[in-house]
Design a protein around this ligand. Sequence first.
Ligand code: GUN
Length: 282
Amino acid sequence: MTAQLLDGKALAAQVRTQLAGRVAALRSAGCQPALAVILVGSDAASQVYVRNKIAACEQAGIRSLHQTFDADLRESELLARIHALNHDDSVHGILVQLPLPPHIDAKRVIEAISPRKDVDGFHVASAGALMVGQPGFRPCTPLGCVRMLEHIGLHDLRGRHAVVVGRSNIVGKPMALMLLGMNATVTIAHSGTPDLAHTCRQADVLVAAVGRPRMIGADMIKPGAVVIDVGINRGADGRLCGDVDFEPAREVAGWITPVPGGVGPMTIAMLLSNTVQACDQE
Ligand code: GUN
């Protein structure tokens, strides 16, 4: 059996078209959604991510404020900048691109963002709201994964086992909580979990978010499972690849996301969605 492709690029394009309609309605009602994107330093990957986010905003009619600072920016200056944006009523979302230079405390910076503008969903108040099932901004990558599951008809995962491999605060942990919210039985594993292959083979829904090229092999996948690959790695051959060994895995899985063209475009679409929501709930 060859898995069906969960085409994040196509779904993200649909979501962005729908969002452009909502943005147009908000604009004619006198409120243009606006996202401030802060980049500190000149990390090449971060520059690409930020450029993509800003281009996606513009395409959807969302105003973007791009603020770039040298790597030696003082933490107090960054905090002052965030404080000003918190109080600027024309700005609905604030995103500080990570990683930050080592002399800046990223936790302190994230906690300085008003939870009402925390469109990345990284603030401790957003994380707490997710934990207890209250409304709040959800981190964009796991939110995008949920949207992909819903797209293939998986709205309720009662009776199904989901395994999340990876336990980061911005993907693995929130992903597990969202899957619990969909009534799945959830296991969080990581690269050091004993007999990881056995654990993964229990999964009806397998989410890989470890950051190790092709570490999830076909022997770790239950036949027919939905496999969502959050990894974006450079393989030994220099090409982009995920955490899942795609070609063999697609012969076992029922559904599988490609890399690139899977989770990545959905993450950006969810950032736009959160920004529109921030404007909408004013
Ligand atoms: N760096 C890598 N991914 C992300 C993300 O989703 N948000 C922010 N702010 N920084 C990142």
